[in-house]
Structure formats: structure tokens, C-alpha cells
Design a protein around this ligand. Structure first.
Ligand SMILES: [Zn+2]
Ligand SMILES: [Zn+2]
Length: 281
């Protein structure tokens, strides 16, 4: 049985703090963030499959047709308030007011924020972030964490049983976001699985190939392993990108590792990759 994020984080607490991977304050922040997400996921019910879900194709969410029903608005705004509280507890100087004011600006504001995030057009994101005088990274962080439980619950409700074996794309077959991390499962012939942090979907990807651009020229692919650890990052000189990878040893049960948590515990991998000139998606 897969441990949820907050439970898995707890199992990594002592090591993460002892090795200064997370400060005590950061640990408390992520713990409250994961508990928030887990609680929120239980609050949304989807009785019918929304019309914007493609029943056959991938990614299943058709962002241009996205609709958030009006009756989900109050719960989403309550979630936003809780999220703002968690963020300002960690960063007291950060003013979440303008974001909230934007979110309640019109009847369609919530839907429009979700669509802008999902479409990922940097100019559109920069434009809203500029309007509310927030940095792009902060805007993306808030929007991702606000909507993640909603779309994770939707995925579980309407996409859980979908066969994705035909999908070998570099984006999530449900929501279309780029993967945050990969894992290689030794016990399953080194099967490679990509993870979407936004909706919690995982999908199988080809063993040899860049998970960012799809390049499969092995002369342009490589990886750096971190001594006596399950971590590495795979890089691609065709696109200059990298993705962090967790290698699950044969004896490790697949469900015993939560990649969403490993993603925040492996900032050192990002630092190394970036120092070597590679860029994240
Ligand atoms: Zn996804
Ligand atoms: Zn690439």
C-alpha cells in the first residue's frame, strides 16, 4: 500500500533534518502543505465525468474546454484561504492578498486561473503574475498547490481505470503537465515511470529517451549517479534538460517510495544539474 505524502514525509523527517536537506521550518511547511492537499482531495465529488475530459485521447483534460462548476467555487476559495495561511506562516512577508483578490475578481476567475496554469503559456502566466505584482515562480507555486488536490481528486474519480499503456508522451496523460520526477523499477525489468506532481498520475515511459524532448539518440543522453544513493539525474544534450530519477532497488517495494516527497528532498540534485548547465522543464 502506497503511503500518502504526509506519512511518507514523516518517515524521512529525521534524516532530512540531520542532513540539513530541510530546515525544521521547511519540514513543518511541507508537512502542513501535504496534510492540506490530502484533506482537500477528499472534499470534491465528481458524480459525472466533466465534458472537458476526452474519453479516449491523451492528455484527457482538454484545457480549452475546461469548466469549473459554480458549486465547486466556495470550496475552492476556502482551500485558497487555507493555502494562503500555510504560505504566510512560513513566509510572513509574502502578501497573498492580491492573488486572492484576483481569484474572486469575476465569476470566471477561478476557471481562468486553472486554465492558464494548465496551458502553461509563459506569457499568459507572466501577465497575470505582473498584474498582481507577484513573481512568476510564486504565482505558479500558489496556483499549482491550490488546484493540485482538485485535479488529483478528479483524476482518481474519472481516470483511475484508464489504460495508458499506449501513451509514451513526455507530458501527463491526464492533465498534460510535465513530469516532476522519474523512477526506475529494477524488479520490473528496469521499467521507467514518470510522475506528475500536479495530479499524481504516473505513466510508463520508454527506457532510452529524454523525458523532456523525446530525443532517443543515445549519444546525446547520459546520467549522473549519486554515490551509494538511489538518486541520479538524467540529462539530454539535445534539449539541455534534465530530470531527477529515483532508482528502486529490487528489494524495495514500489509503493514504499513517494516521488512527490522525494521531489522536495532532492534539491541537491537540481542544484548539481543546474550547476552543470542543465535546465529543468
Ligand atoms: Zn497530471
Ligand atoms: Zn531532451
Amino acid at each position: 500500500m502506497m503511503k500518502n505524502k504526509s506519512e511518507y514525509l514523516k518517515t524521512r523527517k529525521d534524516e532530512a533534518i540531520a542532513k540539513q536537506i530541510l530546515s525544521a521550518d521547511d519540514y513543518a511547511f511541507y508537512e502542513s502543505l501535504f496534510l492540506f492537499q490530502e484533506k482537500q482531495q477528499g472534499l470534491f465529488a465528481f458524480k459525472n465525468v466533466p465534458g472537458y475530459i476526452d474519453p479516449d485521447g491523451f492528455p484527457a483534460i482538454r484545457t480549452d474546454q475546461l469548466e469549473i462548476p459554480a458549486d465547486h467555487g466556495p470550496a475552492l476559495l476556502a482551500a485558497l484561504d487555507e493555502l494562503c495561511g500555510i504560505i504566510t506562516a512560513r513566509h510572513p512577508g509574502f502578501n497573498t492578498g492580491p492573488y486572492r483578490a484576483h481569484a474572486v475578481g469575476s465569476e470566471k476567475s477561478i476557471e481562468s486561473l486553472a486554465r492558464t496554469f494548465l496551458e502553461g503559456e509563459i506569457d499568459a502566466i507572466a501577465s497575470i503574475a505582473g498584474d498582481i505584482r507577484t513573481g512568476i515562480d510564486e504565482f505558479v507555486f500558489m496556483t499549482a498547490n491550490w488546484f493540485s488536490p482538485y485535479f488529483s481528486a478528479l483524476r482518481a474519480a474519472v481516470f483511475g481505470g484508464r489504460d495508458t499503456s499506449e501513451w509514451n508522451g513526455t507530458v501527463c496523460p491526464f492533465c498534460g503537465q510535465y513530469p516532476s520526477m522519474a523512477k526506475i523499477i529494477e524488479a520490473k525489468e528496469n521499467k521507467r515511470v514518470l510522475r506528475c506532481s500536479f495530479c499524481d498520475e504516473e505513466w510508463v515511459f520508454q527506457r532510452i529517451g529524454c523525458a523532456l524532448c523525446g530525443n532517443d539518440d543515445i549519444k546525446k543522453l547520459g546520467y549522473y549517479e549519486f554515490e551509494s544513493s538511489p538518486y541520479r539525474f538524467d540529462y539530454c544534450s539535445a534539449c539541455g534538460g534534465y530530470i531527477k530519477t529515483f532508482r528502486l532497488a529490487r528489494k524495495t517495494a514500489e509503493g514504499s517510495v513517494n516521488l512527490a516527497v522525494e521531489n522536495i528532498l532532492t534539491n541537491f540534485l537540481d542544484s548539481s544539474a543546474i550547476a552543470m548547465g542543465y535546465k529543468a522543464r
